[in-house]
Write a protein that binds this ligand. Structure first.
Ligand code: SF4
Ligand code: MG
Length: 327
């Protein structure tokens, strides 16, 4: 029986050991200052793990994470502390990370106090300003998390992250639990904060529709591997990987609400025993012999657009893909 750490190691072993770092390098899963990068895939594809590794809260079991060009493992003391503060995570359910017995003022003020970012007597003003900035009524600072709605709690989580003056926010399904109208509000808030504080985002979501409108670049993952990466427009207009094509087909259509929902057939395989060759082959409608034995590598098919699929090597790709049946 594997423990969690081992599972994660294996999950990444599935790609990292071989070449995920390489693959990530090829698509630049470098996140550049000021960028909004979307990381998309079904649950269990490794995107949360990758996000945690990039935020420096989980060590990589293979490969290397660099912060401003320096490996995280080489950072110590003040450098390490600065890095950890610079990258903050915002999770799906703030209740799981907010101590229910603490008041909002303390929840938001805790880290800046510990790290000496704000002096004790300036704390209330500091927290009130932050609360106001994220759309929370500053007169509620003495309330407890359970006294707020889901959307408000997410605002508390955002204020808490901002309180330590981060550069990178890693948002892991940060709007997934919210109603659609609240989702839009929180996404708008993220984009406003980006402009105001010069933030960079790694935006993790299972929902391509959510990342479409806010990201500069979308990276699609499947079972621990990056399978495609492009700008949102390019990805939606010209998806190359059959997995990406299936994800796009899954999106509810705004123009045609009667359209049939077409889920990707089959279960996502266990990351502990990924299929050989292309990990997607058991679910891929286009799979051919080579897919079952040879791992496809990322190739650039248009400027800034890479995908890992053997179809890239076939001249008939366009024709084949145009006539493909939905998955
Ligand atoms: Fe499908 Fe083969 Fe491409 Fe994998 S490599 S996505 S199985 S066509
Ligand atoms: Mg997850």
């Amino acid at each position: 029986k594997l423990d969690y750490a081992e599972k994660i190691a294996n999950l990444f072993g599935a790609g990292l050991e071989e070449k995920t770092v390489h693959a990530v390098d090829e698509v630049n899963l470098a996140v550049y200052p000021g960028e909004v990068v979307g990381l998309v895939g079904e649950s269990g594809c490794g995107k949360s793990t990758l996000g945690r590794v990039m935020a420096g809260i989980m060590p990589a079991s293979g490969g290397e994470v660099r912060w401003k060009g320096r490996p995280l493992t080489s950072l110590h003391g003040e450098d390490k502390r600065a890095m950890r503060l610079s990258a903050q995570m915002i999770f799906q359910d703030p209740m799981s990370t907010l101590n229910p017995r603490k008041r909002v003022i303390d929840l938001i003020g805790e880290a800046p106090k510990v790290h000496g970012i704000v002096k004790g007597r300036e704390m209330r003003d500091y927290v009130a300003a932050l609360a106001e900035r994220v759309g929370l009524d500053p007169s509620y600072l003495d309330r407890f998390p359970h006294q707020f709605s889901g959307g408000q709690r997410q605002r508390i989580g955002i204020a808490r992250a901002l309180a330590v003056k981060p550069k990178l926010l890693v948002c892991d399904e940060s709007v997934a639990a919210l109603d659609v109208s609240i989702q839009a509000q929180i996404l708008n808030l993220f984009m406003d904060l980006k402009r105001e504080f010069g933030l960079t985002y790694l935006f993790i979501s299972h929902d391509l529709g959510v990342v479409k409108h806010i990201c500069d670049r979308v990276v699609v993952m499947y079972l621990g591997r990056v399978v495609e990466s492009a700008t949102p427009d390019e990805l939606f207009d010209n998806p190359k990987h059959p997995y990406t094509q299936a994800l796009i087909r899954e999106l509810p259509s705004v123009t045609d609400r009667r359209r049939v929902f077409t889920p990707i057939k089959g279960e996502i395989p266990s990351p502990l025993h990924p299929p050989p060759g292309c990990h997607f082959h058991p679910r891929c409608p286009m799979a051919f012999d080579r897919c079952r034995v040879e791992r496809p590598v990322l190739k650039e098919t248009a400027a800034g657009h890479v995908s890992a699929c053997h179809l890239n090597d076939l001249a008939t790709h366009q024709a084949t893909h145009a006539t493909a049946e939905p998955v």
